[in-house]
Design a protein around this ligand. Structure first.
Ligand code: AMP
Ligand code: FES
Ligand code: ZN
Ligand code: ZN
Length: 317
């Protein structure tokens, strides 16, 4: 790379497109971490004393999320969900374990096959694999965080994910999705809040940060990936971004300014408690317990923080 760092004049490590500038490795790391902190502050994602559960998949986005939150001084523990998808899950788990070991972060692992008897992709159902995989991940993340008194869950979603999700939801006029996207989903009752600290960072910046910091991550795609359509949307947005840097960020910020248009269209769905597990549900039995045919709730308590006497206000049975 020919350019020189805008701050110190040393040889550049990266050329950023938006804002347009060259940075050396050290100043890029500083820039990136400052940007994450700014995102956290701007959208009020975390409080200083929150116990944060980072959901780590083994991929770059969630690894970088855990890494940066730890560097910024937040209280972080990690959760990996072993989905039981053959070699892919085995490798994902190994990467998540290595990432957390290197960071000295506590990692909890939930094994779907052990918990509900089958891995993802081993169930005979008309429902698409990605769909019940998603519901299983969301349920287990939330139940684990709730059972163990975490204040908030952080995921690795980035600007490209958000922009393409909003784009595809608009193309399909999926108003229900459009009413509730954003960097923060407030917690309510037994639903633990969820935040996306990499909301304003692009996939490219995150991959470069991982390289700059020596974070090793899994590149493989899930064999059930429904990624083709998403990748098309990402490619279209990337094409526009190349012509007009800042397009993705402006698109997402414009959405946030106008989200209430969609919220108004969505009646507040009344949530009750699942008859089996007691977690929030729109029907009598929640979609997780229904799908997996559970007759009694999963108990995911590991009690670490109870033993350490650090538990906050939440009671466990
Ligand atoms: P995805 O839906 O695969 O794009 O993943 C979005 C986010 O969900 C990731 O950035 C992670 O924070 C989290 N996540 C995905 N898969 C797993 C997993 N197997 N275990 C824990 N967290 C996950
Ligand atoms: Fe869920 Fe692939 S990761 S189906
Ligand atoms: Zn520099
Ligand atoms: Zn349930």
């Amino acid at each position: 790379m020919k350019g020189r760092c805008k701050i110190c004049g040393r040889e550049a490590f990266i050329k950023l497109h938006y804002p347009r500038m060259y940075l050396c490795r050290e100043h890029f790391i500083e820039y990136f971490e400052r940007k994450v902190q700014r995102t956290i502050d701007r959208y009020h994602l975390l409080k200083r004393d929150d116990w944060v559960l980072v959901a780590v998949s083994g991929g770059k986005d969630s690894a970088v999320t855990a890494w940066v939150l730890n560097r910024l001084g937040y209280n972080v523990e990690c959760l990996h969900i072993d989905l039981g998808i053959g070699d892919y899950s085995k490798r994902s788990r190994e990467y998540a374990e290595r990432q957390c070991r290197e960071l000295g972060l506590k990692l909890h692992v939930l094994d779907v096959r052990k918990l509900v008897g089958h891995g993802i992709g081993e169930v005979r159902t008309r429902r698409p694999v990605c769909s019940y995989c998603g519901l299983t991940k969301r349920y287990l993340m939330n139940k684990f965080a709730y059972d163990n008194g975490f204040d908030v869950i952080a995921t690795g979603h980035n600007l490209d994910d958000e922009a393409s999700f909003i784009f595809s939801s608009l193309m399909n006029w999926n108003v229900q999705y459009l009413a509730k996207q954003g960097p923060k989903l407030e917690g309510k009752g037994k639903m633990v809040g969820k935040v996306k600290p990499l909301y304003e960072l692009t996939e490219r910046e995150i991959a470069l940060y991982a390289v700059a910091s020596g974070i090793d991550y899994l590149v493989d795609e899930c064999p059930h990936s429904r990624g083709a359509v998403t990748l098309r949307y990402k490619a279209v947005l990337n094409g526009m971004e190349e012509e007009r840097p800042g397009t993705k960020l402006n698109f997402v910020k414009g959405y946030l300014r106008n989200r209430e248009l969609f919220e108004r269209k969505l009646e507040e769905m009344e949530l009750r408690e699942c008859r089996v597990c007691g977690m929030p549900s729109s029907g009598e039995v929640c979609s997780f317990c229904r799908f997996w045919g559970l007759e009694k709730p999963l108990d995911l308590r590991v009690r670490t923080r109870v033993e350490e006497g650090e538990r906050g206000e939440k009671e466990i049975g």
